[in-house]
Each structure stands twice: as structure tokens, then as C-alpha cells.
Ligand binder design. Sequence first.
Ligand SMILES: Cc1cc2nc3c(=O)[nH]c(=O)nc-3n(C[C@H](O)[C@H](O)[C@H](O)COP(=O)(O)OP(=O)(O)OC[C@H]3O[C@@H](n4cnc5c(N)ncnc54)[C@H](O)[C@@H]3O)c2cc1C
Length: 451
Amino acid sequence: MGSMSLKKFLLLSLALLLGVKPLPSAPIVDEEYPVVILGGGVAALTAAVQVSQAGFQPLVITGPKPGGIIVQSHSVRNWPGEIEISGGELADKLQKQADACGTLFLHGQVIDVDVSKQPFVFTVQSSENKVQKIRARTCIVALGALPKLLGVPGEQENLFSSIFTCAPCDGMHFKNKTVAVIGGGDSALTEAHYLSNLAKKVYLIVRKDEFRTIQPKYRDSVLSRPNVEVIYNTTVSSFQKNENDLTLTLSSTKKPLTVHGAFLAIGSLPNTALFKGKLELDKEGFIVLKNQQETSVPRIYAAGDVSDKVYKQAMTAAGDATKAALQAQEHFGNHLILQTKSPTTSIQEIDSMDQLRSVISSSKKPTVVYFYSKSCPPCRSFSPTFDTWATQLSDKAHFVKARDTVADEIFEAFNIRAMPSVVILDTKGKPIFEARGAELEKVPAILQHPK
Ligand SMILES: Cc1cc2nc3c(=O)[nH]c(=O)nc-3n(C[C@H](O)[C@H](O)[C@H](O)COP(=O)(O)OP(=O)(O)OC[C@H]3O[C@@H](n4cnc5c(N)ncnc54)[C@H](O)[C@@H]3O)c2cc1C
């Protein structure tokens, strides 16, 4: 996953969408908002709930990863009130809560910011040609951070084909295969844990002689898995792709390590390029906080991984965001009346082949099956597109969803190895089109003009 063509396609499809639910475009263009929240992760969604609870209607600009990076975690155990929850479920809950409170969502990417005067102006690109200006009285920056790369030979060429940064998104390529996870922190442990349920063997390559973790119990449980092996005091100095495998040159031994794929979990870089020279940033690019969550520009606040280089947790992101929203509140101006939202239509979830057969036999139209995971960021970006197709093309086909953790049997039957994927079945249940990546955009045309 993660190819340029998919990104391009997703941007194009966003033009159709403008939101988890279609949003009215008129109130968004050139509107002024009491608070604009940049980002769509834990920090942004928590801030949106807090702002909404105070009676104001925030605009959340979600960017390329609705739900944020927590979606990559298949098991979160430190969220209050939840013994264990997947990052995808957690992001869903937060999104629903923010939505129910009246938050407006704009699924676009901020491409320019002018914070030299008030109101602040944000330029947002929601498709190749559609650029909107959004004005804000206050702003909460919750842009998170991007995965760091090693910068060694062979990395760029093989990125997203043999080297990945998200196990729940791409781990399925490695069922019963051998993988390496590079990193020595909690993210590396989480990725290794996820992969150890799929892969035959997981090597964990750690630079130091120990893990940097805030969860020693979790570390111990991951490392006790029989198919997990740790290689300490080692760095990777190059990757080389052979026909079916990937060779890693390691600093600690002359013998290279050959695996089928590698996952990088070596930390992150704050997403602050837009604010360079406009907000005070530290040497590593993190936003510098001046007064609690306030940045160097009054009325601009920051929360979450974009300004926290120490803890970088969902919990701390939520705490920062609550403080930022409370701080920002006093500058919102007059109360805005919250708009109510219509409930979303839900698409049937299927979990067994019997259920799928029964759907096919009771429908006179083709059936479109969307294979997804709650923990796969590209799926979250694509899901609103699928929901729109299901509404707009309901006369052409019956739309259903199959989720990785509950519909194993269906994934196996259609040999689904990457997500998001879509399979169109004819009225007898025979696959007539399978799509993933850039090919997904062909689905509506195929339904409209079947051969
Ligand atoms: C594998 C993994 C497991 C983890 N497990 C845990 C755990 O168990 N417990 C825990 O507390 N924490 C965990 N974390 C850490 C936690 O996920 C993060 O600290 C937290 O989610 C950060 O939230 P955030 O909102 O600050 O940033 P993010 O979630 O990174 O959100 C950033 C948002 O900014 C948006 N964005 C980026 N660029 C733009 C742009 N130009 N315009 C508009 N929007 C943009 C993105 O689309 C995204 O929605 C884990 C992290 C990983 C990677």
C-alpha cells in the first residue's frame, strides 16, 4: 500500500466526498470559524469534542490520515475505560463522538498557512483542482508526526514494496513468512506483536542493548513469543532486494539477514513543515509551547505528537488537546449554534461465506465486497469513498463490507492479501472485477457499464 497512484486517487475521490459524510461545501468556502483544528487524530478529535461541548462548532481538517496514527495499533491498553481496544475502534469512537457533538469535518490537506495576522488563513486542497481558503479566529494544530526512515541504501527503492511502516496495513503480505522489525521502542514492540500472529518468524533489530518502553510487561509478553527473536546492538546499513526476499546488512555481524519484508518503527518526525518560519519550532521541528498549549503565536495552540517529543501517547495527546481547547475557548467570540447532523447509512458487515452466499442469492444485482481493516490508515481514507458509492450506486449493486478480524473465511476465499480491496461479484457470486490501489477508482465505471 502507500503507492503514489493510490494517494492521487484518494485525493481525487476526496473531491467527491468532502467528508465522512458529504458536507455542505457552501459554508466551508471562505467561512470564518471560531476554531479550526488541523489534523484528524486523537488530539484533533478530542479537541473537537471539547470545543463542541462548550457550544461552538469546530472545523476539523483531517488530512491524509483520518483517525491518525493510533489506527496502526491493534491493541491499546492504556486508554481510560477500556481494558483493551484496537486503535481503529478507538479512532472510530472518537470520530463518532466528535461527529455527534456537531463537529464539521473537511477531508482535505492543509497546503499553506498564513498566521501573520488574524483571522488566520489556511489553504486546503481537497482535490487536484479544488483549493479552499478557511479563516479561523483560533487554531489548534494537531498534525502529528510521520514515520522516520533510516536513510540507508536500498530503502527508498523498496519502500512500500518490501519495506513498510505499518504492520496492520501491510502485514498480511507476510503470512507464514519471515520479517524484520527495526526499532527499539513501544511502536516496534507493537508492530512485532502484530506480525508474530501472522508471520512464521519475526526478527526485532534493536540499536541498543535494551528496549525503550513504558510498558515492560507488554515487552516481556511480546519477547516471550516463540517466533520472535531479538537482535540487540545492531543497526541496518543497507537493504537489497532479491527476487522474493530482502537482504539486510547488519552492523553487528558479517552475515546478512534475509527476510521477506521489513517494517520500520524508529520514531517519527513532526509534521510541521507548513509552519517553518511562522511558529517557533525546536531543532527537531517540534512546535515550541509557550504558555501551556499556546504556541509562539497567540491564539494558536498545539497538541499531541506535533509538540510532544517526550511521551507521544494517545493519552497525552488527548490531555494536551483538552487543555488546548479550554485555553482557546476564551477567544472564540460569539456562540455559534451547533448544526445537527443526519445519521450515516450503515453498510451491511458480513463475516462468513454462508452469509455472503445468502446476500448474493437474495439480490438481483451484483454484490460489491469491500475488504478492510479498522487498523489500516489507507482503508480509513478510502472508507468514505466506498460509503458514497454505496449510496450513489445502490440501484446498480448491493454493497457489503468484510473486516479482517472477523471475516477470515471470506478473505481466504478471495485470497485477499492487501487492503483496501474491492471485489465485484456477479449475480451468481462469480468475481468479475478485483481492485486494490489505483484500480479502485475503476469500480464505479464497471458498475455503471457492466460488460
Ligand atoms: C504502532 C503504534 C502503536 C501505538 N500504541 C499506543 C498505545 O497503545 N497507547 C497510546 O497511548 N499511544 C500509542 N501510540 C501513540 C499514539 O498513537 C500517538 O501518540 C497519538 O495517536 C498521536 O495523536 P495525534 O493526534 O497527536 O497525531 P496523529 O494521530 O499522528 O494525527 C495527525 C493527523 O494530522 C493529519 N495531517 C497531517 N498532515 C496534514 C495536513 N497537511 N493537513 C491536514 N491534516 C494533516 C493526519 O491526517 C492525522 O489525522 C501508538 C503509535 C503507534 C505508531
